[in-house]
Write a protein that binds this ligand. Structure first.
Ligand SMILES: Cc1cc2nc3c(=O)[nH]c(=O)nc-3n(C[C@H](O)[C@H](O)[C@H](O)COP(=O)(O)OP(=O)(O)OC[C@H]3O[C@@H](n4cnc5c(N)ncnc54)[C@H](O)[C@@H]3O)c2cc1C
Length: 326
């Protein structure tokens, strides 16, 4: 028996649209295979809401009666408890920012496979599904399937699926499943550490930049400030390779490449960058590439229109003294 669980939350939008869309998608996925679809309502229960959800295909409702507002981690534990009892094969979750945080926590608790920002779900065989989502800066659509025998979960953003109303669905079934009391202290996951989300100081728009100065591992940390000063003079944006992001020198929003951004500048100046394919894929629309590298055999030299075989420290010092002054 295939079991699908749709979790609805009140924060999913004032008009509840994402909830309608997920309920309708679950209804469509159950067609022809008599899957058992349950709607777990993590929101204030009312008969009007049930009637509304029925219009989009909801029939079996699990109601959670909130006695107090909880930390998201407690919601995750409550939903995990429901999943242990009802053993869904597939969970559809609203892809709001908070929804994604709760879904990730549930997936961790249940060792479930989680696909974020899903744009399509297709049944494969038996209880397995194929999930589509964009990858490589939206340039490809990846189809993902879960090879392990575990719960498949996905988060879906609003407007991905259509919230079409269904014909009459029949009598609803309502079950009250949980209360806050169900959380035992020792069942709530402990938060060991929270890290602050590092925000970019300045909103960077490297996707639209005409000139980009790219920083790679071959640039000394102390020279980065000089390159930034030069970039201001040349009206250039600063970008970097993944290593620079991993070393927490720059924000991820400045990373170019496969797991970063695609850019199309008129001029890309690569300072101490080797030219790995994962970086260069983000530059395939760059019109001119200028490379500064001390290694004449570095891959970047093959892609570059102009190459300076030089030490970046000396090169940057010369540029700085010419354009900024000592
Ligand atoms: C799945 C996957 C996804 C990835 N996605 C990305 C991505 O999106 N973007 C990305 O950038 N990378 C990505 N990478 C990493 C990528 O493979 C490379 O490791 C990375 O791009 C290398 O960064 P780099 O050129 O700064 O460093 P390095 O490869 O270490 O190159 C440093 C270069 O600087 C030169 N150099 C050193 N010192 C000096 C000096 N004093 N003067 C002049 N030249 C000097 C060296 O000759 C060398 O060519 C990904 C990797 C994987 C596996």
């Amino acid at each position: 028996m295939i079991r699908i669980l749709v979790v609805t939350h009140p924060y999913a939008g004032n008009d509840g649209n994402i909830n309608f869309e997920l309920i309708r998608k679950a209804y469509d996925l159950s067609k022809g295979n008599s899957a058992d679809v349950k709607i777990l309502m993590m929101e204030k229960f009312s008969d009007e809401l049930i009637q509304l959800y029925k219009r989009y295909g909801g029939k079996n409702f699990l109601i959670y009666e909130a006695e107090q507002e909880l930390e998201y981690i407690c919601y995750a534990e409550l939903i995990a408890q429901v999943c242990r009892k009802y053993k869904p094969n597939l969970i559809l979750y609203p892809g709001t920012e908070l929804g994604k945080a709760i879904a990730a926590t549930i997936a961790t608790i249940l060792h479930a496979a989680l696909i974020a920002d899903c744009i399509d779900i297709q049944p494969l065989n038996e209880d397995k599904y194929s999930f589509s989502r964009t990858a490589m800066n939206d340039s490809i659509i990846a189809k993902i399937r879960c090879v392990k025998d575990c719960i498949q979960m996905c988060t879906v953003k609003r407007n991905v699926f259509e919230a079409k109303e269904v014909c009459s669905i029949g009598e609803e079934n309502i079950e009250f499943v949980l209360s806050d009391k169900a959380i035992q202290d020792n069942q709530v996951p402990e938060i060991l550490e929270t890290t602050e989300n590092i925000k970019t100081v300045r909103d960077c728009q490297i996707e639209n930049a005409r000139i980009i100065f790219g920083i790679g591992r071959g640039v000394l940390k102390d020279d980065i400030k000089k390159v930034e000063d030069l970039a201001r003079i040349f009206h250039a944006e600063i970008a970097c390779t993944r290593i620079i992001v991993e070393e927490q020198i720059m924000d991820k929003s400045r990373q170019i490449g496969q797991s970063g951004k695609m850019v199309s500048p008129d001029i890309y100046v690569a300072f101490g960058i080797s030219g790995a394919s994962q970086h260069m894929v983000g530059l395939k629309n760059a019109k001119k590439i200028i490379a500064i590298n001390r290694d004449k055999d570095a891959m970047i030299c093959k892609y570059a229109d102009y190459v300076f075989i030089a030490d970046t420290h000396k090169f940057i010092a010369c540029m700085y003294s010419d354009f900024v002054g000592d």
